[in-house]
Every structure is written in structure tokens, then in C-alpha cells.
Design a protein around this ligand. Structure first.
Ligand SMILES: [Zn+2]
Length: 306
């Protein structure tokens, strides 16, 4: 949707209220008090009222917009712009595009949307063949701290990120050649490179029946409790040369993507990763990305599938 189309479809706050009301009705409203799904719409208050216990739910309650005083139209404009590009914006660029006067407001709003993307993706586990590796990305450090930092692998100027890619091997029936195709990715900021950290992530984010591929690091020598099958690089035979292909592609794309933000603080890094993966996982969605982001935003806590 272009800005011109946005202005035509949602010229005022009333049109945005109507849009979000319809979207929430479609996704279902759950009463916080009695868990009933049956509600009336109170036109004068712009609220839903539970048919059973009369508890009222505001249009923003239970969504990513809860506790926000911003007009719905500002949220909808941000969702439109954020979903219009395959790459993320810097907050400054989003502020410019929105024509909003306050950077802080846009910063908070954008990070809320990124959290919603992360919540949405956290509902799925990776299956089949999963590549797992760790990457280092530059992070912002205060100039006073910079002098004291050590150099080397896992340097304190860098943040560590666990990267997972769900892939499957495709075999060309005529030539017999094998390649990998990939579906979904996950990226999680990690505090350290300890085996326990990797084990916890693999247990939580990857289906137990999956085949997990890693490099030969000793970090991964005890994965049998987390996963049924673990193969490390070179230990598989024919497919060996394809090991970790997709995590490495994703890591180099991530590093290139993060450059546009100049410096990302460690605190906010997970949110950037959320948006990067969310869009990567929906790379073929095209214009549907907007609808999906609206759904992720209005029901980020309720969804279990879909
Ligand atoms: Zn109720």
C-alpha cells in the first residue's frame, strides 16, 4: 500500500477504528475476566463488552498497542510503512516517512512492532533438518568503555547471536545432485557461548525429532538430550559439503542489514533480529505482509497457530 492509498483508505481516526474493530472481530476477542469470546460492540465508547460478565475491552487492550496513547491512525501508518519494505527502517528514517515530530515516540512504537513480530515467530518450532551456528555482530559501546575492551573472538565490542535455519535436502532426480532449500530462520541474542546456552535454545526452539547440524565445536558435543539426531560438519558423508549453508548465508545478510543502523545497542538487538527473521520467514508474502503484521499486532499473546 502506498502513502496515497493509505490516505484514501484511512483518512481519519474513525476509519482506523472501523478497520481495527473488524480485524479484532475476525481474530476473536477473549474476555480477560471470564474468557468468553462473545461480545457486543459499544459504538459510543469504541469498546467491546462481554455478553456474559459485561467486562469491557478497549480496541487497544490485549494488543501491541495496549497502554499507548497514540491514535490508531499513527499505528496503522507505521504498520503500513514497516510492512512495505523487505528491509527494516532506521527509526530516524521511519520518523521521516511518518512525518512525526517526536523521535522517541517512533522509536518506542517501532520496537513494539518488532516485539510483536518476535512473539509471532516464537510460536513455531523449527523442524526437519536444522542448521545451527553462532555469529558475532557489532554492537554500540560507550566511548568511555571502548578503550578497556579486549580484542578477539567473541570480543566485547560484539554481541553473540545464535542462528538457526530450517532446511531440507533436495535431490535432482535426473542428475542425482543434491542441494538444500530453506524455509524458516530463528535468531536469538545470546549472553555467552557456553554449551548450556546452545542446549537450552535447541531444546526450546527446535522440534525434538529434527536433525540438527552444527560445526565441530565442543559446545555441541552433548546435544543428545535435546535432539534425536545431531550431525556435525564433515561427520555426514554425501551431504557434508552443504552443511550450514543457509545459516552462513543468513549471517552474512544479517551483518549487511545491520550496517544501515550504524550501531545497534545490545539491549535492542533482539528486536532487530525479530524484524529481520520475521521478514525473511515471510519473504514470499508480498503485499500480504501488511495483513500478517496487523494480525501479529492485534493478537500477539493469544495465538497458538496460523
Ligand atoms: Zn466476560
Amino acid at each position: 500500500m502506498t502513502i496515497l492509498q493509505f490516505n484514501e483508505r484511512y483518512p481519519d481516526e474513525a476509519s482506523c477504528i472501523h478497520f481495527f474493530k473488524e480485524q479484532r472481530e475476525r481474530e476473536g476477542i477473549i474476555c480477560k475476566k471470564c474468557k468468553s469470546r462473545e461480545h457486543y460492540w459499544l459504538n459510543s465508547l469504541n469498546m467491546f463488552q462481554c455478553k456474559h460478565c459485561e467486562f469491557r475491552t478497549g480496541l487497544k487492550n490485549g494488543t501491541v498497542m495496549e497502554n499507548s496513547k497514540l491514535p490508531l491512525r499513527i499505528w496503522l501508518l507505521a504498520m503500513t510503512l514497516v510492512s512495505a519494505t523487505k528491509k527494516g527502517f532506521s527509526c530516524l528514517e521511519l520518523q521521516r516517512q511518518m512525518g512525526h515530530s517526536r523521535y522517541e515516540t517512533v522509536f518506542r512504537l517501532y520496537h513494539k512492532l518488532r516485539e510483536a513480530m518476535g512473539k509471532r515467530d516464537s510460536q513455531y518450532k523449527l523442524e526437519d533438518m536444522v542448521e545451527y551456528d553462532e555469529a558475532f555482530v557489532s554492537k554500540a559501546t560507550k566511548s568511555s568503555e571502548r578503550m578497556k575492551l579486549k580484542k578477539g573472538r567473541g570480543s566485547q565490542k560484539q554481541a553473540s547471536v545464535a542462528v538457526m535455519a530450517e532446511s531440507s535436502i533436495l535431490e535432482d532426480l535426473i542428475t542425482g545432485e543434491k542441494d538444500k532449500s530453506c524455509r524458516y530462520f530463528k535468531m536469538v541474542k545470546i549472553d555467552n557461548l557456553k554449551a548450556k546456552t546452545a542446549e537450552k535454545l535447541i531444546k526450546g526452539l527446535i522440534d525434538k525429532k529434527a536433525v540438527v547440524q552444527t560445526d565441530e565445536s565442543t559446545t555441541y558435543s552433548n546435544l543428545e538430550d535435546c535432539i534425536d539426531v545431531h550431525v556435525s560438519e564433515l561427520s555426514s558423508t554425501k551431504e557434508g559439503k552443504f552443511n550450514l549453508k543457509w545459516v552462513h548465508i543468513a549471517i552474512s545478510n544479517l551483518k549487511r542489514d545491520l550496517q544501515k543502523y550504524h550501531m545497534v545497542s545490545e539491549k535492542m538487538l533482539q528486536n532487530y533480529l525479530n524484524e529481520f527473521c520475521y521478514k525473511l520467514n515471510r519473504r514470499y508474502f508480498g503485499e500480504k505482509l501488511f495483513d500478517r503484521l496487523v494480525i501479529a499486532s492485534i493478537c500477539p499473546y493469544l495465538y497458538t497457530s496460523g
